[in-house]
Ligand binder design. Structure first.
Ligand SMILES: [Zn+2]
Length: 433
């Protein structure tokens, strides 16, 4: 009979008249759920370590006052003395020297340690008044720098860094899907998008509200994090559309060796460089490496967003003091400034203390989202199992709403709240109105 298949088909269509949007929502819900279940826990770790790292320097100084804080006062030692005592202590040429971070903080003089295949960097700390060494440590071994390694590379080198970068990208997809799933709740009524109800709906509602409130911040943190993990690729991509200032070529930075001449002192190098960058505050210096090496003197100019590092560089011939190259932040392009702002945006320091607190709190949200998300998912799986069992033991009736009575509200929750007004069965929670 020709009629039967066609009427079957129309009945079928009636039954599955779910709009395409609904299918989309189901797919995004699935994406959101599986991203959460697969990379969620790592994201929790990255978030929590990130929150701690917002205050890394302060915590480090609090944990290691003998190493990082000076109790002395009086006249300050000059850079030349600081480098000299550190080099004598370590028995090698210093790579760089960074001024004390805070008023009674110590100088950090950095040295290459480790091997060619496994490079590492050791800081020797020097008291700013006494010009004495307070101690040394290799980056990545103490608590804060180890946590840093955990945060940006899961303490697993380059491979770990790539993994974190990829996880960051997946997190961005997860945030997008979360906002997409939340959107109809907001459209339905502002209250349904932001209400937290008690009881069985608590975990779902917490997930929903904490998720939407933190979405934009987490997106910025994930973006800036991914940018830094794939820094060179991102910079190359920007170069194709905007002007990015390149660092000077190595060939430009060779000092002219003068027979019998002694190199300039670090103090003299800073003095000369400061005339090129008069509005900058001295930040760090790289002494010349080798007979034809150069001085790099770095300042922080007032337009620099990052407060913990200076990016304005003056390169000098180590004998004549001739300026070999200049790279000042107040002459940087918009693209340069964008690239330089990734770290301070990520750490929150771009917006001062309030920014740091905001990033600190944002770093805690992945843990809340993970736990609440897991609860919602477990309830749903448990309910589905019950429905399945019920339909197996009572094949005639099948999984109707009454057959899963105890979980009815959650059923509505998961389906109606998630798919909200697209669902055509007309069941809606009164509290959603
Ligand atoms: Zn530098």
């Amino acid at each position: 009979m020709p009629q039967e298949p066609s009427s079957d088909l129309s009945a079928d269509r009636q039954q599955h008249r779910a709009p395409r949007l609904l299918t989309w929502r189901r797919s995004w819900l699935r994406v959101h759920r599986w991203l959460g279940l697969s990379v969620g826990l790592v994201f929790v770790l990255i978030g929590l370590t990130g929150s701690v790292l917002v205050f890394d320097h302060a915590i480090d100084e609090w944990l290691n006052p003998g190493l990082l804080i000076s109790n002395a006062s009086g006249a300050r030692a000059n850079v030349e003395q600081v480098i000299a005592v550190a080099e004598e202590h370590f028995g090698a040429d210093a790579l760089s020297v960074t001024k004390p971070r805070i008023a009674n903080g110590v100088w950090s003089v950095w040295f290459a340690s480790g091997s060619e295949t496994q490079p590492s960097y050791t800081a020797v700390y020097v008291d700013p008044y006494m010009a004495t060494v307070t101690g040394q440590r290799t980056w990545g071994n103490d608590l804060m720098s180890w946590m840093y390694r955990l945060h940006y590379q899961l303490a697993a080198g380059t491979t770990g860094a790539i993994a974190v970068g990829i996880i960051g990208l997946l997190v961005m997809v997860s945030i997008f899907s979360g906002v997409y799933l939340w959107w109809p709740m907001w459209r339905h009524s502002w209250r349904s998008g932001f209400t937290v109800r008690s009881g069985k709906r608590l975990s779902f509602d917490l997930h929903k509200v904490v998720g939407i409130v933190s979405a934009l911040l987490l997106m910025v943190l994930a973006f800036t994090g991914v940018f830094m993990e794939f820094h060179s690729q991102c910079v190359e991509a920007i170069k194709s559309v905007a002007r990015v200032t390149s660092p000077p070529e190595e060939a430009e930075l060779k000092s002219k060796i003068i027979d019998g001449a002694t190199p300039l002192t670090a103090n003299a190098a800073i003095f000369i460089a400061a005339r090129i960058c008069p509005d900058g505050v001295f930040d760090h210096l790289h002494p010349p490496l080798g007979a034809d090496g150069h001085y790099e003197v770095a300042f922080r100019q007032s337009n620099e967003v990052q407060t913990t590092f200076g990016r304005s560089q003056v390169f000098l011939d180590q004998y004549s003091g001739e300026v070999l190259a200049i790279r000042l932040s107040n002459e940087s392009t918009i693209a340069d400034a964008f690239i330089a702002s990734q770290f301070p945006l990520h750490s929150g320091e771009a917006l001062g203390f309030a920014g740091r607190i905001t990033v600190f709190v944002s770093g805690l949200t992945p843990a809340i989202l993970y736990m609440t998300g897991l609860l919602v998912w477990r309830r749903k799986t448990r309910r589905n199992t019950l429905v399945l069992k019920q339909s197996l033991t009572d094949a005639d009736r099948g999984p109707t709403a009454t057959s899963c009575e105890p979980f009815f509200t959650l059923n509505v929750d998961d389906n109606n709240t998630f798919v909200s007004d697209e669902q055509s069965d007309g069941r809606e929670l009164p509290s959603l109105k």
